[in-house]
Ligand binder design. Structure first.
Ligand code: G6P
Ligand code: MG
Length: 220
């Protein structure tokens, strides 16, 4: 039986995935590395340091920096990002999300957040959605990032529910992989061809349907 929904944040609840992209793009430009929205798809859901490694690889510069310099670069990206998300307000909640959260709550289901971002709590606060969540996984306490299932399993554990009684919602390839390897039902947001392992794919959050998702969950 269905007990809980566990959401990713960036690109699902709000369009902060775009701000992550813009912040990385600024850094990549400074480093003379070609970086595009297409390459950014591989970074969604991926931790800050792992994202930096990937960008350096895109530019064949992975051996050019010491660990200390890499820390500096990651810090710089985060400063760009923190600047960009200052303007976030409840108006930036993506279409369909508030309605879905209300239906989840009225059905008496648990609600968890499984975001890899260290800025997740601040973003949720700016959206005025923090109070809606029963649990928010602390990424600092995790060993492995997405696509490892650890973050979704942790959310289920904190919600005190079994993974197979959970539905995960993600916009990242690594995120859907994380949900599926946690043994959960996966709802993906984005292009259909990108998510062959998801249980349902919606092009945009506006198309999310509580009734359709729960019906498919029951008939899985
Ligand atoms: C999310 C985003 C990634 C981002 C990661 C870390 O998973 O999808 O693009 O790199 O969080 O975010 P942070 O705010 O900690 O740098
Ligand atoms: Mg995301």
């Amino acid at each position: 039986t269905l007990k809980a929904f566990i959401f990713d944040l960036d690109g699902v609840i709000t369009d902060s995935a775009e701000y992550h992209y813009l912040a990385w793009k600024t850094l990549a430009d400074e480093l003379g590395i070609t970086f595009s929205r297409e390459l950014n798809e591989e970074l969604k859901g991926v931790s800050r340091m792992d994202s930096l490694e990937k960008i350096l690889e895109f530019g064949n510069k992975e051996t050019e920096f010491t660990n200390e310099e890499k820390e500096e670069l990651a810090k710089k990206k985060n400063e760009h990002y923190v600047q960009l998300i200052k303007k976030i307000s409840p108006a930036d909640i993506l279409p369909g999300i508030e309605e879905l959260l209300i239906e989840i709550k009225s059905a008496g289901l648990g609600l968890g957040l499984a975001s890899a971002s260290k800025n997740a709590s601040a973003v949720l606060e700016s959206l005025n959605l923090k109070k809606n969540f029963d649990v928010i996984v602390d990424v600092n306490a995790l060993k492995k990032g997405k696509p490892d299932p650890e973050i979704f399993l942790k959310a289920a554990e904190l919600l005190n529910v079994q993974p197979d009684n959970c539905i995960g919602v993600e916009d990242a390839i690594a995120g859907v992989e994380s949900i599926k390897s946690a043994g959960m039902f996966a709802v993906a947001i984005g292009p259909k061809n990108q998510f062959s392992t998801a249980d349902i794919v919606y092009q945009t959050t506006a198309e999310l349907s509580y009734n359709e998702i729960t019906e498919r969950f029951i008939n899985r």
